[in-house]
Design a protein around this ligand. Structure first.
Ligand code: 6GU
Length: 267
């Protein structure tokens, strides 16, 4: 009961907690949330701050469905910040030409240091999203889901001043071997994959235990009604009610699918 009341208070305070506009003005609110947020409940609140030049890219995908519920229930506090709010010059400049010459622009260190130094606590982990990072996978997602505070910094333009990498970021993460136009897209993927592993985010009946990659194999095919569609029948064994046979079939199918689509996982 106490848990519920606290969660409701947190949820109310956090409404509009995933904002960007005037995030400077709302930083004191963040302090208020923290001082009230439950710390000794069964699921202590995990805080995630995303820093990006394109907050709108992050907002919608992280405000729906499971991510929405995770915030409303107070299991996570997610805040999306505009890096420009930490500039101090009239034109809110966040980038500059690279020393040594070359294409494109590089993100300046000053606003990034100001942003992270204003947000971080003793237990914060700062993750820089960059194609030069270590490749994100389920093991890294698991590890990150155990942190109490993640600061996710999105790279944009051609790169980021390397002093950020050397003296500010705890780790650099890439979501795969391809290049996106915008690190905010990668941040959404990272945060989604991490948040669903935080205890209390998925219900007991939707636990992440059976996920593909946990077992080292892809998941077996799933079917639902109708049992016959356009002449294609659902495998008989799934209608049999024989749970041992169903489990054996699923294992075999998982292996077969993995061999076909991801042979690298079997090595
Ligand atoms: Cl983190 N950023 C960008 N721009 N592209 C990527 C990426 C990150 N991860 C994979 N591709």
């Amino acid at each position: 009961m106490a848990t519920k009341i606290l969660r409701t208070v947190v949820a109310l305070l956090c409404r509009g907690g995933h904002y960007c506009k005037g995030s400077k003005g709302s930083r004191p609110l963040a302090g208020a949330i923290e001082s009230i947020a439950p710390t000794s409940l069964s699921f202590p609140t995990v805080r995630i701050d995303i820093i990006t030049l394109f907050p709108e890219i992050c907002r919608a995908p992280l405000s729906e469905s499971i991510m929405k519920r995770a915030q409303e229930s107070g299991v996570i506090v997610l805040r999306i910040h505009n890096l420009r709010d930490w500039t101090t010059d009239k034109h809110h400049v966040v980038d500059d030409a690279p020393f040594g010459g070359g294409q494109g622009m590089v993100m300046k260190p000053e606003p990034i240091f100001a942003a992270i130094e204003s947000l971080r606590r003793a237990d914060s982990i700062t993750v820089l999203m960059t194609p030069q990072g270590k490749r994100f996978d389920q093991t890294l997602a698991d590890e990150m889901s155990k942190k109490k505070h993640l600061i996710v910094l999105c790279g944009h333009y051609e790169g980021i001043d390397h002093r950020v990498v050397e003296h500010l970021a705890d780790t650099e993460v890439s979501i795969g071997d391809y290049v996106l136009t915008n690190g905010a897209i990668a941040a959404v993927v990272f945060v989604d994959a991490v948040v669903r592993l935080i205890p209390g985010v998925l219900g007991h009946d939707r636990s992440a235990v059976d996920d593909s990659f946990r077992s080292g194999l892809l998941e077996a095919p799933q079917y639902t009604r109708p049992a016959e569609f356009r002449g294609w029948k659902v495998p008989e064994v799934l209608l049999s009610g024989n749970h041992a046979q169903i489990a054996a079939w699923r294992k075999e199918q998982a292996l077969r699918r993995t061999r076909q689509n991801r042979p690298d996982l079997l090595k």
